[in-house]
Ligand binder design. Structure first.
Ligand code: SF4
Length: 555
């Protein structure tokens, strides 16, 4: 008989760890914790050090973190910002990312990308990427981590030649200055008295001010606190600064100017729900903000205004879907950003299985001001029957694109005329996207509608992150729709077929001449009804609007 065991070669199955690679990984990680939740952080370290992710390092990292290699490879392969290299492959010398989302596309992103490709050849990798959050200064190209606003071929070339690859670090109102101006006073007040009555009073103030979740969903903030508090602890909190919705850059605007206003709002919320730790998830594109925020968090931790929970700053890796709250939690836990099925909702079982309060930056930004000025002041600010204030990111064909603090309920036409200096020379207002790529597209004739939650539903749209992108008579709405659907196709996590296949099919149909109207309508219905998360459900919105308001562009 043949002894099969003896005849088998003496080899372990699967990828083996190479001692040299393991040593490199160990040296790089130093005494950093080896918890699997830090996988994405460690992948960033590897990539920053070696210019890409090699198989040998991924295998070694898996061993070091006690994970199966497949777990590490699937995470590394999921996020756009990780470059997987073959072991023999040299890392790309330099990458220039050209944003091709709508606002940049309107400002000539594609010709810019083509010129850069022709000029650099193999020397530099030119990538077309989704929105990088600087739409007011389109087109934007990012050299390494250095964002170049109103980019031209010459400007990009100069940065490449000079190896200017670092993102400038903003200089906001720092911790000491914020405190000297009375900052963290409302947190201190809560620390002195956080009895159930005091917390209830705080929640009532936020409710009177009608503070809503300003990441896009608009869920009342106070009610969310109550729900989270109703589940037994320990509880956690997560802050979403992953603004990837094309046309949205308000969170970066607020962060660059005053991070402590956000942090005070965050710590007030954390105290109110008795969160034992807070996780801030910041998009990778905001590298300068990350350095600044890390320094300000260190200053806060060194001399805190009373006892505060530990605050962890986590770095995204270029995946729009991680703006969806459950996908963000998956990413914070070191996994692929795949949205979770519901129920259970994250308020009940969120981060690491604990009840979790999730807020977008802007929601927290308003809290100190509401407490300072009172809910009545806030309520008096609305317009067209709505209440409160919002920050709008405005881009596209207006004279002065930017972030504007304006009354909730202001109409697009009012925003353009009163805040943005009107339309650009030679452009006539034709259409607008009220909520970035996912909020739909409305004709200028509906430019009088109040921009707020619950106001655009009848029109098949929503405000979302309040990212207004303005189109003119020189623009094609069909082209804008194709741009939005291409974005969704690129960013779909692929977990469910209606979204994964539907977005790709919609792009194919829109690229063909003419229009298969019935097929497009069918696609919209399937995506909206059968997708797991908001990405796939909302991907149909621009397409539906194209069919409803701009049928002439489908001929
Ligand atoms: Fe992923 Fe799209 Fe399904 Fe959301 S809808 S889970 S992004 S495939």
């Amino acid at each position: 008989m043949i002894d099969k065991q003896k005849n088998l070669p003496n080899r372990r199955r699967g990828r083996q760890t190479e001692p040299k690679a393991l040593e490199e990984v160990r040296t790089l990680l130093g005494d950093a914790p080896r918890e699997s939740e830090l996988l994405i952080e460690h992948l960033h370290r590897l990539q920053d050090r070696f210019g890409g992710l090699r198989n040998v390092h991924l295998t070694a990292l898996a061993q070091e973190l006690g994970l199966a290699p497949v777990e590490v490879f699937e995470v590394a392969g999921f996020y756009h910002h990780f470059d997987l290299l073959r072991d023999s492959e040299e890392p790309t010398v330099l990458t220039v990312r050209v944003c091709d989302s709508l606002s940049c596309s309107l400002s000539g992103a594609e010709p810019l990308a083509q010129e850069l490709e022709a000029r650099f050849g193999e020397r530099v990798r030119v990538q077309r990427v989704s929105c990088v959050g600087r739409c007011a200064s389109a087109p934007v190209a990012v050299v390494g981590a250095n964002p170049l606003e109103r980019a031209t071929t010459e400007v990009v070339e100069a940065a490449v030649e000079a190896r200017e690859t670092h993102c400038p670090i903003p200089s906001p109102v720092d911790y000491r200055t914020y405190c000297a101006r009375g900052g963290y006073g409302h947190l201190r007040k809560l620390q002195q008295n956080d009895s159930p009555d005091a917390v209830e009073g705080l929640i009532a103030t936020l409710e009177r001010a009608d503070l809503r979740g300003l990441g896009g969903a608009g869920f009342p903030a106070g009610r969310k606190w109550r729900v989270v508090r109703s589940f037994p602890g320990p509880r956690l909190m997560a802050v979403n600064i992953d603004e990837g919705e094309p046309g949205t850059f308000k969170d970066r605007h607020h962060l660059e100017r005053g991070p402590h206003r956000l942090l005070e709002g965050m710590l007030i919320a954390a105290r109110a729900v008795e969160a034992q730790a807070v996780y801030i998830y910041l998009r990778d594109e905001y590298a300068g903000c990350r350095s600044m925020l890390a320094a300000e968090l260190a200053a806060l931790a060194a001399d805190p205004p009373g006892p505060i929970p530990p605050v962890h700053l986590r770095r995204g890796a270029g995946a729009y879907v991680c703006g969806e709250e459950s996908a963000m939690l998956e990413s914070i836990e070191g996994r692929r950003g795949l949205p979770r099925g519901r129920p259970p909702y994250v308020a009940q079982r969120g981060l690491f299985g604990r009840p979790t309060l999730v807020h977008n930056l802007e929601t927290l930004y308003w809290i100190p001001e509401i407490l300072e000025r009172g809910s009545d002041h806030f309520l008096a600010m609305g317009r067209n029957g709505r209440k409160g204030l919002r920050t709008f990111s405005v881009s596209g064909r207006v004279r002065r694109p930017g972030v504007y603090r304006a009354p909730a309920g202001i109409a697009a036409r009012e925003l353009i005329e009163e805040y943005c200096g009107g339309m650009q020379e030679g452009h006539r207002f034709k259409a607008y996207l009220p909520g970035g790529a996912s909020g739909g597209i409305l004709p200028a004739e509906l430019g009088h509608l109040p921009l707020d939650f619950d106001t655009l539903t009848e029109q098949g749209c929503f405000l979302g992150s309040a990212a207004l992108i303005v189109l003119s008579d020189r623009d094609s709405v069909r082209g804008a729709t194709l741009n939005a659907l291409s974005f969704f196709a690129r960013e779909s996590c692929g977990q469910c077929t209606p979204c994964r296949a539907g977005t790709v099919r919609a792009v194919e149909l829109l690229q063909q001449p003419g229009c298969e109207r019935a097929l497009l309508e069918d696609l919209c219905e399937v995506m909206a009804e059968a997708s797991i998360c908001g990405l796939g459900q909302a991907a149909a919105n621009p397409l539906r609007c194209l069919l409803r308001y701009f049928p002439q562009e489908l001929e």
